[in-house]
Design a protein around this ligand. Sequence first.
Ligand SMILES: *Cc1c(COP(=O)(O)O)cnc(C)c1O
Length: 397
Amino acid sequence: MTDIQHITITSPVHAPEEPLEHIHLSSPDVGPLEEQAVMAALKSGWIAPAGPDLNAFEAEVAQRVGVDHAVGLASGTAALHLGLLALGVGPGDVVVTTTLTFAATANAIVYTGAEPFFIDVDPTTGNMDPELLDIALHVLARANKRVGAVLPVDLFGKAADYTSIEEIAAKYDVPVLADAAEAVGARHAGKSVGSYADAAVFSFNGNKIMTTSGGGMLVTNRADVAEYVRYLSTQARQPVAHYEHTDIGYNYRLSNLLAALGRAQLERLDAMIARRRDIRNQYRQWSATKPGIEILGGATDQEDNCWLTPLVFDQSQHPVAVDVLIQTMAQHRIEARRIWKPMHLQPVFSDARSLLTGAAEELFANGVILPSGSNMTAPQLERVVGVLDAYLGGSGS
Ligand SMILES: *Cc1c(COP(=O)(O)O)cnc(C)c1O
């Protein structure tokens, strides 16, 4: 029997559990600059939706992107809706978009009374496959279907191939609206995303690369499009003293207070992109030692904003149960997510027409998005990589 008198306890048997911080996929990165900006706007008395911060925010975004016009709106979704209307999309039209996107892209098409036509993606980038676009537009033209617009998406902050897409759309005389909701600050062929296409849409939702808590913007070089979107966004009021309406309008304007927040975020945009790129590079270094694990978007990301970093597993080289990996990370209080579920697999769009290769389904089945927020700390990133390492077989395996 043990002599109980000789047992010394140097530390409590159960150390008090340190609650681990929750690491989010992409949480708003705001600080003193944003606080000051919002307080200043509040104190200025411009609480009504319009105001000087809204005008300045639009001018600053337009200048940064290199376009003539910007219209601040309540959300990226609202910007997509009005952008499509301004390009003349309406009932009976088809809008060709990518199947690998967030539902808002497809929903906005349906709001106009048009019908989405989903095409598949380039497996390396997850963005619209231009060759499929050409086939889709050819087939739709032969079927005498009016195509109202082409709607490419800049997935996870990598620009779609606008060089090819614009050329193909022009061949069929179809306007292009860019869903650049995820790609604020990204570039394509040396020019800012948002300066491509007839018009482009940004989102400033809380999880995006810069935020106004909720908000969006339409940017364009076309004065007619900007003017019509601005008009529709403020209840389609005719410029007369009494309320006079000849169109159905919307209440979609961005508020001055939120624009103040956006201006502060815009000042920090380059720093936030740099931090996300740094996180991307560290994941890239880690994955380089793991055959069969790639980062979606390919080897080049100099022009991307690196909004989110998704891993893609080649199951033949590196079998990974994606859902189990996500659950395991959740047990470690780390948020990871699947890549967007393709629209053609969504019950709500089960009747929509599509042109598919299986690329989007593959990415959905084999991809995991890692925490990518610009406010993630170095120890938090170490924790994420530690869990990945433990689950995916240690370094160098
Ligand atoms: C976030 C997002 C939207 C919608 O933007 P909101 O500001 O949330 O309305 C649209 N399309 C894509 C691809 C998005 O990621």
